[in-house]
Design a protein around this ligand. Structure first.
Ligand code: SAM
Length: 273
């Protein structure tokens, strides 16, 4: 196993002061990082995409776990530190400098299956998650998502019907995947500590219900929760045929979106597809 310098030393040597604009909150606790890397099961010989490696804390843990890692990092200042890490694990780490929101991840991973692990930059976390969970093609090329979010966002992803956190993100995450809250992470684990607590969500693709367009489901869900205090009859007005479809399914349009099951949204989307 490669002998690596402490992460704090790497940061000091490369002058990596945390940038707020880039959502930089670094993790230094190697035991915690190893536990995160273990969440998707054994990574030995598996391909992993990491977004935002920063100085490489989680990246080290992934490499220690035997993964073949491709990392996308926007901040050029981190590249020398990541190059050093790559030298310690020859042929196992590829670093791409760029904005993960603008890159085609499947293409980068060469058409092969891959796990995604990331301590996400909070400012782009939801956008990336929405993209990974979206699209008509299912199962996706990624085999699992293991992602750090602000705890409040993590709770919205795993929320069940009736809960105040149940909304668009929950439906998106649960209608054709299993999403669970895998670990809570105290704010003090980060440098600098963010204002709020964090949590890791683990998602694995499940079977996609037949006859449903992802786009239609996303549009209906967005409208339904766009005015979540209103009755569905009102909030779904802008989606042609939606209110009639609800009636056809025996779902009372006087209900509010948060009282519906994920399966109800699937049935509605199927009727509209
Ligand atoms: N993985 C490191 C860790 O756990 O200590 C750093 C995590 S830090 C929360 C988020 C990282 O994502 C930063 O290194 C930041 O520069 C990078 N980043 C921010 N926006 C990005 C984007 N759009 N594409 C790729 N990386 C981004």
């Amino acid at each position: 196993m490669a002998d690596l310098p402490p992460l704090r030393e790497v940061i000091a040597r490369h002058g990596l002061s945390a940038s707020k604009a880039l959502g930089q909150n670094f993790l230094f606790d190697e035991q915690l990082l190893d536990r995160i890397a273990a969440l998707p099961g054994s990574l030995e010989g598996r391909r992993v995409l990491e977004v935002g490696p920063g100085p490489g804390g989680l990246t080290r843990a992934l490499l220690r776990a035997g993964a073949q890692v491709t990392a996308i990092e926007m901040d050029r200042r981190c590249l020398p530190a990541l190059a050093e890490l790559g030298e310690a694990f020859p042929g196992r780490l590829d670093v791409i400098q760029g904005d993960a929101l603008k890159l085609d991840h499947d293409e980068i991973m060469g058409g092969e299956p891959y796990a995604i692990l990331s301590n996400l930059p909070y400012n782009v976390g939801t956008a990336l998650f929405t993209r990974w969970m979206g699209g008509e093609e299912w199962p996706p090329q990624w085999t699992s998502l293991t992602l750090m979010f602000q705890q409040e966002v993590a709770q919205r992803i795993v929320a069940k019907p009736g809960a105040s956190a149940f909304g668009r993100l929950a439906v998106l995450a649960q209608w054709r995947a299993e999403a669970k809250l895998a670990m809570k992470v105290h704010r003090s684990a980060f440098t600098p500590p963010p204002k709020v607590m964090s949590a890791i969500v683990h998602v694995e693709p499940a079977a996609m219900p037949e006859g449903v367009s992802a786009k239609v489901l996303e549009r209906a869900t967005e409208a339904a929760f766009g005015q979540r205090r209103k009755m569905l009859r009102q909030s779904l007005k802008g989606v042609p045929g939606a209110v009639e479809a609800l009636e056809g399914l025996g779902i009372d349009p006087q209900r509010r979106a948060e009282t519906l099951e994920v399966a109800d949204f699937v049935a509605l989307a199927r009727a509209l597809t």
